[in-house]
Design a binder for this molecule. Structure first.
Ligand SMILES: *Cc1c(COP(=O)(O)O)cnc(C)c1O
Length: 460
């Protein structure tokens, strides 16, 4: 009988996070001050983040120990299972093996608590009393609400207006964990008031909500800001996923040919893939393909520019070098709210630019088709964000069938979709707008390549 799930023991939870900055062929371009455009001094981040997180943001240490208090909380849902998608393979009649790392088992339902917990921990340790943040689909907001509750911190959340309206149950979950939730843009901040005056009908965006949360933190002494993706320290925390995944695949004697993940700001996929990219950068696994999947409605990696840009719409955050649609880009209100971000993690962007990672984009229609097939074979109902990864895995498995290849396809399944049933309904009743600004160049044809899209630059 085929092995269906590969489990680890609680004691196998990694003891440190992996910091890929130590292994980059060339260093990251530094963040710049939003006004002076000069390299930012780390101390300038102190109004927003506690010192421990600022230190992690710029650290060049390869491994950073995970505090015991954080590992203890990780035990609630980690290590997460690795599944072999036996029934999906069967339905596709593919010779490929498909595996997925299942992050939907956390209390908030996604990978996000992997970073929310350490962020709340370091803030509480420094005596911070209140955390503020933005949330798109509500996944990050619930992860932070859950974590603040554990460390007795107050929590205020600016929730993108269209998600607030689409997802009342996410809001209720955050409120259950004690957070205050507001539809952004709000009248609670100067930035929010200004946006509302200029664009009275706006459905909101992550960029706007970030501006509001950053202003809130900068204007309250007892308050700091928490970001759920993009930044180096967030990506760092997520590497528990990839380290566990390495152990799990090793235990069944498999090495992946392809790693896939959906990308909004890049944290779940960076977390799953960076431990593997360490070997790729060192030239040990030159044929490993590492593929980011994004929505065609917000195609920063596939259609954006690689340049300095602000992290928010108002231009309050430092400038970061990344793939971006432009900080004022407002994507159409697609259901994968967690992927509606104009930029991407500078680390993931750089590794894409340098040819270690590839990227493809799909329409909503395409990803829901795959999510339905997944639910009907594997049983789990995935988040619309995660469905992007499912679609790419399915396409690759079909290509493997055509070529009669026994590929090992592994994807990170970032979360469940039990709060996204309205989106499934829209798909099933054919009322889902695709909302794409551009014509779909077929991701399928890009995936057919048997070699990585770009040749990685060699390490000097
Ligand atoms: C937030 C979210 C994402 C996108 O964020 P990343 O930082 O790119 O990982 C993906 N999947 C789920 C389930 C999410 O909640």
């Amino acid at each position: 009988m085929k092995r269906t799930k590969i489990l680890l023991d609680e004691n196998d939870i990694p003891k440190s996070w992996y910091n890929i900055q130590a292994d980059l062929p060339t260093p990251l371009d530094p963040p710049l001050h939003p006004q002076t455009k000069k390299p930012l001094h780390p101390s300038e981040l102190r109004p927003l983040f506690p010192d421990a997180l600022i230190a992690q943001e710029i650290s060049q240490d390869r491994f950073i120990p995970i505090p015991t208090a954080v590992r203890e909380i990780y035990r609630i849902w980690r290590p997460t299972p690795l599944y072999r998608a036996v029934r999906l393979e069967r339905a596709l009649k593919t010779p490929a093996e498909i595996y997925y790392k299942w992050e939907g088992v956390s209390p908030a339902g996604s990978h996000k608590p992997n970073s929310a917990v350490p962020q709340a921990y370091y803030n509480s340790k420094q005596g911070v009393e209140r955390l503020v943040t933005e949330t798109g689909a509500g996944q990050w907001g619930s992860a932070l609400a859950f974590s603040c509750n554990l460390f007795h911190l107050q929590c205020r959340i600016y929730m993108v207006k269209c998600s607030y309206e689409q997802k009342p149950y996410r809001r209720l979950l955050m409120q259950t964990w004690g957070a205050e939730v507001n539809p952004s843009p709000t009248t609670l901040t100067e930035t929010g008031k200004k946006i509302r005056a200029e664009h009275p009908d706006t459905t909101g965006s992550l960029g706007m909500a970030i501006s509001e949360a950053v202003e809130d933190a900068a204007t309250h002494d007892n308050t700091k800001y928490a970001l759920g993706s993009v930044l180096n320290h967030v990506v760092l925390h997520q590497t528990v996923i990839g380290q566990e995944l390495q152990q799990q695949l090793r235990s069944i004697d498999r090495t992946p040919d392809v790693l896939i993940g959906c990308v909004g700001g890049g944290s779940n996929f960076a977390g799953a893939s960076f431990p593997f990219l360490r070997d790729k950068i060192r030239g040990k696994t030159p044929n490993l393909r590492v593929i980011s999947v994004e929505p065609l409605a917000c195609p920063s990696l596939t259609k954006g520019e690689y340049r300095y840009d602000y992290g928010d719409s108002a231009g309050l955050t430092p400038l970061m070098k990344m793939y971006t649609m432009g900080h004022q880009f407002v994507p159409s209100p697609i259901h994968a709210g967690g992927l509606r971000y104009h930029g991407d993690s500078p680390l993931l962007s750089k590794l894409t630019k340098d040819g270690y990672m590839e990227a493809i984009a799909y329409t909503q229609e395409e990803i829901f088709e795959a999510a339905m097939l997944f639910a009907q074979t594997e049983g789990f109902l995935v988040a619309p964000e995660s469905a992007h990864a499912v679609r790419a895995a399915v396409d690759l498995a079909r290509i493997a069938k055509k070529n009669n290849q026994k590929q090992i396809i592994v994807f990170n399944n970032s979360g469940h979709g039990y709060f996204d049933l309205a989106a499934y309904e829209a798909y099933m009743t054919h009322t889902m707008p695709n909302g794409e600004p551009v014509v779909n160049a077929s991701a399928f044809s890009l995936l057919q390549q048997t070699q990585p899209l770009r040749t990685p630059r060699k390490r000097p």
